[in-house]
Design a protein around this ligand. Structure first.
Ligand code: ATP
Ligand code: MG
Length: 173
């Protein structure tokens, strides 16, 4: 599965609609402090079904909605869409949250459950908790990890962690 495009509206500091193309290969996000780099990574996790406000640096789920600044009023919804391509088939996953109304998910415009979205991203190498999404702090954890732990982190990121389990399972039979 490949991520092709990320669209955001009213998500954290991305108050105006933003449409970002995701090129093949490794993607890095650079920019000055506070410009929204971490917010972008959080938008990716959020649209994939992240259920913990804490891992999005918020107290409650509605904290992802643009909260307003001295110049701009707060918004009453946030929406993030992720265009993915899997075996030449494209689909668009959208999550939207409205104040007081909770989250709703759509796949290609159809209303779906959060479970359907989680299933779509169930592969270990994707998913909201994927080690392929390297956030601030995780780099330090990777460097200071013991070799066996580091290997496991990298294998998970590469999507091959499950192979060991299957191999062990096969050896025991
Ligand atoms: P650093 O380099 O320091 O890690 P960064 O590029 O990762 O910075 P982010 O943490 O993504 O920056 O963005 C922080 C900015 O997002 C802050 O200015 C913060 O006020 C703003 N922000 C976060 N949540 C909201 C929200 N709900 N509404 C409005 N702005 C928000
Ligand atoms: Mg950051």
């Amino acid at each position: 599965m490949r991520f092709r495009r990320l669209k955001l509206t009213g998500f954290k500091s991305f108050v105006e609609p933003a449409d970002l193309r995701i090129e093949p290969g490794l993607t890095g996000i650079v920019g000055p402090n506070g410009c929204g780099k971490s917010n972008l990574l959080e938008a990716l996790r959020w649209v994939m079904g992240e259920g913990s406000p804490k891992s999005l640096r918020g107290g409650g789920m509605e904290d992802v909605i643009f909260a307003g600044t001295a110049q701009r009023p707060a918004r009453d919804f946030a929406e993030v869409s992720l265009l993915v391509e899997d075996e030449a088939e494209e689909s668009e996953v959208t999550r939207r949250i409205e104040r007081g109304a909770g989250s709703a998910y759509r796949i290609d415009g159809r209303d779906v459950r959060q479970k359907d979205v989680s299933l779509l991203f169930a592969d270990a190498a994707t998913g909201a908790h994927s080690p392929a999404l390297v956030s601030q702090g995780r780099i330090g954890a990777l460097i200071s990890a013991r070799p066996a732990e580091r290997r496991q982190m990298l294998e998970e990121a590469a999507g091959i962690a499950g192979l060991h389990v299957r191999r062990k399972d096969a050896e025991q039979k």
